[in-house]
Ligand binder design. Structure first.
Ligand code: FES
Length: 166
């Protein structure tokens, strides 16, 4: 099969971690306004982006997400004052870790979407879905699993004896 066609046919699985005050309300507005956007996104809401543990992003990728979106209130609009600033700093460091473990950072999107920006939600989701379609399915962690499986060969009687003596 032609690779471009294959990508075109992929329906990416995207997980969106959003804050309830702004982005969730914006997504809701898009829905109630009957705006059209790809149905590839599973939305998980949190009180604030400051409450989104970066490990959740890793878990989403490990459990089969092809892309992850994190979105909250615009700078200065966080209902918990500086939650989104803390989140931004944390995620900036976390991006480097993801890159280190082999995740293509194009699969991860951060954005600010307010409660009034249903149209922006549609744009962000549409753009991310199209980008993931071109990238294809997320296979990085599957490759890691294969390597882990291979390393099982290190579980030799000699090593078991060595472990026993620790
Ligand atoms: S309440 Fe929305 S980012 Fe903090």
């Amino acid at each position: 099969m032609h690779p471009e066609k294959q990508h075109h046919e992929l329906e990416p699985k995207i997980v969106a971690f959003v804050c309830t005050w702004c982005t969730y309300a914006g997504a809701d507005l898009a829905g109630t306004s009957r705006m059209q956007y790809p149905a590839n996104v599973r939305v998980l809401k949190f009180p604030c982006t400051g409450r989104i543990d970066p490990v959740f992003i890793l878990r989403a990728f490990q459990r089969g997400a092809d892309g992850v979106l994190v979105s909250g209130c615009h700078p200065g609009d966080c209902h918990y004052m500086a939650g989104n600033f803390h989140a931004r700093r944390r995620f900036a460091a976390f991006r480097q870790l993801l890159e280190f473990v082999g995740v293509d950072l194009n699969r991860l999107q951060f954005s600010w979407v307010s409660a009034a920006e249903g149209g922006k939600w549609v744009e962000v989701v549409t753009e991310l879905t199209e980008r993931i379609r071109v990238l294809g399915p997320m296979t990085e962690f599957k490759e890691l699993e294969t390597e882990e499986h291979w390393s099982g060969a290190l579980d030799t009687p000699e090593l078991q004896e060595a472990y026993g003596s620790i």
